[in-house]
Design a protein. Structure first.
Length: 158
């Protein structure tokens, strides 16, 4: 029988995937976008993802979670967090992502960048541009993710 992963672990993964954009608070503190502490800086890096996942496992899940060893839980949380920066690298706006910070603070994009970049705030969502961004994310993120999840569920059942 397949292992059932708890809803709290899924919710934690979703939180980790969103957390890198907490760096937008830096704008209010006067931190420049291009700074390693600015938007798409350190919080979008591989090191941050590894450290965040490690911290969560150390502080709350040293024994792992139901169905997950501590190492597998760390891997899940790491992948959830690092996916944010990798997806941002597929957008064609703003600055790139400091994926290798703090060792290399340059900003990177993938050569293929099909995803419309989102604006800050929520009011723009109701505009024509907001609809284009949502359609782009649906096409390049949500539909492929749903297909991947469906395939994974079918494989687990087989
Ligand atoms: Zn981001």
């Amino acid at each position: 029988m397949p292992t059932v992963i708890s809803r709290s672990v899924w919710a934690l993964g979703a939180l980790c995937a969103a957390l890198p954009d907490a760096d937008v608070l830096g704008f209010r503190l006067g931190i420049p976008y291009g700074s390693v502490w600015g938007h798409r800086g350190f919080t979008h890096s591989i090191v941050f993802a590894a450290a965040l996942a490690g911290l969560i496992v150390l502080l709350g899940f040293r024994q792992g979670a139901p169905g997950l060893t501590p190492g597998r839980l760390w891997l899940f949380l790491f992948l959830a967090t690092v996916s944010h920066g990798l997806l941002d690298m597929l957008t064609h706006g703003g600055l790139g992502v400091a994926l290798l910070a703090p060792f290399d603070n340059r900003r990177f994009f993938f050569p293929f960048r099909p995803i419309e970049v989102a604006s800050f705030g929520a009011s723009w969502l109701l505009t024509r541009r907001g609809a284009a961004v949502l359609a782009s994310e649906l096409r390049w993120v949500w539909v492929p993710s749903a297909v991947l999840a469906a395939v994974a569920m079918l494989v687990r059942r087989a």
